[in-house]
Design a protein around this ligand. Structure first.
Ligand code: BGC
Length: 447
């Protein structure tokens, strides 16, 4: 294991919570589910910044557009039937802010009613909804105000969270306020491969820090407005962020420079984000960028759980072409990511250092042929078993994804679905891949 594997070693003290002290009670049943996000599956989300970005030539692989995506806005009942049909009890999806609030302060009641129907559809099928408020997309009006770069914009999101709590609190107990603030910040403002296409690392750090604060404000708003305990487990609103936890190792173990680069990246991408979510200060720094350091009082106690999105491990090099590559000789997914299911155990162990109960909020791989996914699922769940058996507080596992969907800058090249979708004919049937039944069977064995 690389020397960056211990968050304390790489990033200083992680604030710990005494287990069981103020941790929310474990759900009555382990959450077994799948996950999607609005823009990736709904189709027709033409009032957000991604829709506009996709229209610019050269931004998305093969010139793909989200377009009708999976038509889930219309076909959500069928999608929920698929979840239920696999014997799962949880479904994570997201609210599309730009549908609900197409102009600042104007709410679309029809969109709110549709989301309500989706949530009722979950409950009617015995599915616990896990609802995300922000999964990478912004209403155009919010982006025009400067989006997440401007701290003064945060009250808009707080207001949106309040509305979500008021309208859906009776159906939802699990809230993911923000999905992967660090991925959003670095892709959109450092690599510039996502909207708004900026390449300025200092600005990326500001965006990440504002998203962390936005989580805290949204968590407070949700706890104030969601007073109904929909699951009957004693808690009405459990709030957390879904964090992309990536395993990083030096490409050349003997190279001090590779080791240094690895520990810098681990600290800023992994440790600093979770440390803040667990109530610590925001401290983001990377060479060549202005550091951000601040205390946000509202972050204290804002996370009831940590959503862990685990996909892969990368080898980090300080010099040479690619800063991150798959381990040489390792099997890779259709997107070139190392297939490393065992890594989930290590990811959970590293995350557990921050003292929050965990939900694996995303895990999966791009594999159109479904050649690797069956074995991947079995190995992943075995790693999850080991993590739980060793005492780690893991409360759910959500496979990414229920069906193929719009994979951001990779367009329709990354096929993550348990069900395949023909994007030339999204109104056609979702085609079950063999791995869907493998997952169902593995869940059955554990239930
Ligand atoms: C994101 C998903 C994405 C998945 C696979 C995660 O970082 O939350 O939206 O589809 O990874 O790339």
């Amino acid at each position: 294991m690389a020397d960056n594997s211990n968050p304390d070693a790489a990033g200083g003290q992680a604030p710990r919570r005494a287990a069981g002290a103020d941790a929310p009670p474990a759900p009555r049943r382990f959450l077994w589910g799948t996950a999607t996000s609005s823009h990736q599956v709904e189709g027709g989300n033409d009032k957000n910044d991604w829709w506009e970005f996709e229209a610019r030539p050269g931004t998305i692989r093969d010139g793909a557009r989200s377009g009708a995506a999976c038509l889930s806005w219309e076909r959500y009942e069928e999608d929920l039937d698929l979840v239920r049909g696999l014997g799962l009890n949880a479904y994570r999806f997201s609210l599309e802010w730009s549908r609900i609030e197409p102009e600042a302060g104007r709410y679309d009641e029809a969109a709110l009613a549709r989301y309500r129907a989706m949530l009722e559809g979950c409950r009617a099928r015995g599915i616990t909804p896990i609802l995300t408020l922000h999964h990478f997309t912004n209403p155009l009006w919010f982006a025009a105000l400067g989006g997440w770069e401007e701290r003064r914009n945060l009250p808009h999101f707080e207001r949106f969270a309040r509305l979500a709590g008021e309208r859906f609190g009776d159906l939802v107990d699990y809230w993911i306020t923000v999905n992967e603030p660090e991925v959003y910040g670095f892709h959109g403002y450092d690599a510039g491969i996502w909207p708004p296409g900026v390449k300025d690392r200092s600005r990326a750090l500001i965006v990440i820090s504002n998203l962390l604060e936005a989580h805290a404000l949204a968590a407070r708003a949700l706890r104030e407005t969601d007073r109904v305990d929909a699951d009957g487990d004693g808690r009405s609103a459990l709030t957390g962020v879904a964090k992309h936890w990536v395993l990083l190792e030096p490409r050349l173990r003997w190279s001090p420079l590779d080791r240094f680069a690895t520990s810098v990246q681990h600290r800023v991408f992994n440790v600093a984000v979770v440390r803040a979510l667990a109530g610590g200060p925001i401290e983001l720094s990377v060479p060549g960028a202005r550091s951000v350091r601040r205390e946000v009082e509202a972050l204290r106690g804002s996370s009831d759980f940590l959503g862990v999105n685990y996909y892969t491990r990368w080898m980090v090099s300080a010099f040479g072409g690619e800063p991150r590559t798959a381990r040489r000789g390792a099997p890779v997914s259709d997107l070139g990511w190392e297939i490393y299911p065992e890594g989930l155990e290590r990811a959970l162990r590293e995350c557990s250092a921050f003292g929050l109960p965990m939900i694996v909020a995303e895990n999966g791989l791009a594999d159109a042929a479904d050649a690797w996914r069956p074995a991947f699922i079995r190995a992943t769940l075995a790693a999850l078993d080991r993590a739980r058996a060793s005492g780690l507080d893991v409360r759910g596992y959500l496979h990414w994804s229920l069906m193929d969907n719009f994979e951001w800058a990779d367009g329709y090249q990354g096929r993550f679905g348990l069900y395949g979708v023909d994007f030339l004919r999204p109104e056609g049937p979702r085609r079950e891949r063999p791995s869907a039944q493998v997952y169902a069977e593995e869940v059955r064995r554990r239930s």
